[in-house]
Design a protein around this ligand. Structure first.
Ligand code: DGT
Ligand code: CA
Ligand code: CA
Ligand code: ZN
Length: 577
């Protein structure tokens, strides 16, 4: 649907208007219209064709004409004019976490800041801290935001890169002469963000394959095109470019090349050391004893000939993957998952009903789900007050009666408040089958009498009705740094109190992240891999959570939602007893 694109353009207009110092009423009308467009289930293109867009709340004649303009031309004049009017670098400051349009407007108007270079200058000179509305703490937060942005710059979240890579892979596989093809690089290792996409294929006619690859539609620029390698770019929705490398190799080198280009570089260094120790030579063409190739066509053979267990791609980070003497761990797979314990519906900020979510989950082969809408303090997410929650629990249980073949737990995603208490009283939590606790507000450090995120989380972990902590560190990949937390204390408390820690599979979160999963498992805590789906399509992000779990070394025994319904029910009861 075009709704999301128009909503994005409206948010952009609101941001730029605000930077430009426009009056608040005008700014807010764009923001409100954007929210309405995002929330409505009706296709705005259809409404526009019928001439009924203004029926939507908050969409007046002006907004309607801008929507029409976008549908007709893909552009909106107001936006084009604002972009021309403001210094080109100025809106980019919006990418800095913790820096909004109001502050940017002030530094532009009062200090003449036009972009990153100016911002750095007024920070160093102290002018920014002296500006009214800023101060030392606020400047410190901006500096942290800039550092965070620099570190994440240029890396693409896996959830954006993976679908692009899969579509290209499919087309490479269909090219004449191509025998087999796979995704390599950091994407095959399931890293949360990737620098570029690496594809590998086997074919004898390399030059032709590369040539055809560079002519795929969607290709932006061609960076290189030879007999064994092609590099191109594709444009991303946010205007950035993503690089794709395709390597073409012969049959006898395919496995060695797959191993080499999967990386990581650090893992490859360790593997090559093993080869050297055995007086062998390893490169992207094969494993050699003198001039004789002893492995190359199949990736497994490389590891076997080096007396190493086959290391799953997700573990190839030189984090001790060669230390285990016995068999490699049997990492969790998507097929092991039997249910989803974190899902939203239209009752709070989801798009689909209880029945729609349950049926979609059942179609995916799930045996159980938990419906967990937001609690009352999450007002922007339309969180449920006490009465609405009680009604909702009844509705979920009715749906559970009605729909056969899948168990639907009546749950809640309850906010952990700034004072460490839960957003609902214990007697209400006791009425839920499944209680998720999570932090959605006041994510700063705490201090001066306020509780820290660690203290709040520990309080929730110790609550006997809380079964799971969702997205424990609160980060948003490339957008918001994690809360500062004592993860060692949290994983230990989770293990001690039988409270589950979530891997939120949403690719913007992936929280817990890989190294935290490792810590949690080492401490003896149980994890769950959930989608936090806000729509039936949201169920599809599970794969990213699985890759993160595998990077953390998780087997199906470590993952609560791999257990049977009976075992799950026993576990929930045990914590409450
Ligand atoms: P990225 O793209 O930054 O997310 O990370 P990777 O791991 O995909 O790195 P990339 O695309 O530069 O190279 C793909 C793989 O190729 C890398 O994981 C290992 C291998 N490789 C590339 N250059 C070297 C190198 O100089 N030495 C070794 N040992 N391996 C390399
Ligand atoms: Ca790469
Ligand atoms: Ca690459
Ligand atoms: Zn949620």
């Amino acid at each position: 649907m075009i709704n999301a694109m128009i909503a994005k353009a409206f948010v952009r207009i609101a941001d730029l208007l605000e930077i430009d110092g426009a009056d608040g009423f005008r700014v807010n009308s764009y923001r409100r219209a954007a929210r309405v467009l995002k929330d409505t289930t009706e296709d705005v293109a259809v409404l526009a064709a019928e001439g009924t867009v203004t029926k939507l709340p908050g969409i007046g004649k002006g907004a309607a004409s801008r929507i029409q303009q976008f549908i007709d031309t893909g552009k909106i004049d107001v936006l084009t004019e604002l972009q021309a009017k403001l210094p080109a670098d100025l809106p980019r400051l919006l990418d800095i976490p913790g820096l909004g349009p109001k502050k940017i407007a002030a530094m532009h108007a009062k200090l003449g800041v036009c972009g990153f270079a100016d911002l750095k200058r007024v920070i160093e000179s102290g002018e920014l801290a002296d500006l009214s509305g800023f101060g030392a703490t606020s400047v410190k937060r901006i500096v942290e935001g800039m550092t965070f942005l620099e570190r994440s710059a240029g890396r693409t979240p896996i959830g954006i890169a993976f679908p692009i890579a899969e579509a290209l892979l499919e087309r490479v596989r269909n090219l004449p002469g191509v025998q087999r093809a796979e995704i390599a690089g950091s994407l095959r290792r399931g890293k949360e963000t990737i620098g570029d996409i690496d594809l590998l294929c086997e074919a004898a006619n390399g030059a032709e394959v590369v040539e055809a690859f560079t002519r795929f539609e969607d290709v932006g620029r061609i960076l290189a095109a030879g007999r064994t390698k092609g590099s191109v770019t594709v444009a991303l929705e946010d205007g950035r470019e993503l690089q794709i490398d395709l390597r073409v190799v012969l049959k006898e080198s395919y496995g060695a090349a797959l191993q080499y280009f999967t990386g990581s570089k650090e893992h490859n260094v360790r593997l090559r050391e093993r080869a050297v120790k055995r007086k062998l030579r390893l490169n992207e063409y094969g494993l050699y004893e003198g001039e004789r190739q002893i492995a190359g066509s199949r990736e497994e053979d490389i590891y076997k000939q080096l007396d190493a267990p086959f290391v799953a791609p997700e573990l190839r980070e030189d984090r001790g993957e060669f230390d285990d003497k016995g068999d490699a761990p049997k990492l969790v797979t998507e097929a092991d998952i039997r249910g989803d314990l974190h899902m939203h519906t239209v009752a709070s900020d989801g798009k689909h009903t209880i029945d729609e979510m349950a049926l979609a989950a059942k179609d995916s082969g799930y045996k159980y789900i938990a419906i967990t809408d937001h609690s009352k303090s999450s007002t922007i997410a339309n969180g449920l007050g006490v009465e609405r929650l009680e009604k909702h629990l009844t509705a979920i249980r009715e749906a559970d009666e009605r729909i056969v073949g899948i168990k639907i737990f009546a749950g809640t995603e309850c906010d952990i408040l700034p004072d460490g208490t839960m957003d609902y009283p214990d007697d209400l939590l006791a009425k839920c089958d499944w209680v998720i606790a999570s932090i959605h507000s006041a994510m700063g450090k705490g201090g001066s009498g306020k509780l820290s995120p660690t203290e709040r989380t520990l309080a929730a972990i110790e609550n006997r009705y809380v079964t799971m902590i969702a997205h424990p560190t609160g980060r948003l990949i490339n957008r918001r740094a994690p809360m500062e937390m004592d993860m060692a204390a949290i994983v230990k408390a989770a293990a001690d109190n039988d409270t589950v820690l979530e891997i939120n599979a949403n690719w913007q979160r992936l929280d817990l992240k890989d190294v935290h999963v490792r810590m949690a498992l080492a401490a003896g805590a149980t994890i769950a891999i959930n989608t936090d789906a806000h729509s039936t399509e949201g169920i599809g992000v599970l794969r990213y959570g699985i890759m993160t779990a595998r990077r953390g070394g998780a087997t199906k025994r470590d993952v609560l939602n791999c257990s049977t319904l009976a075992a799950l029910e026993k576990r929930i009861a045990a914590k409450r007893a």
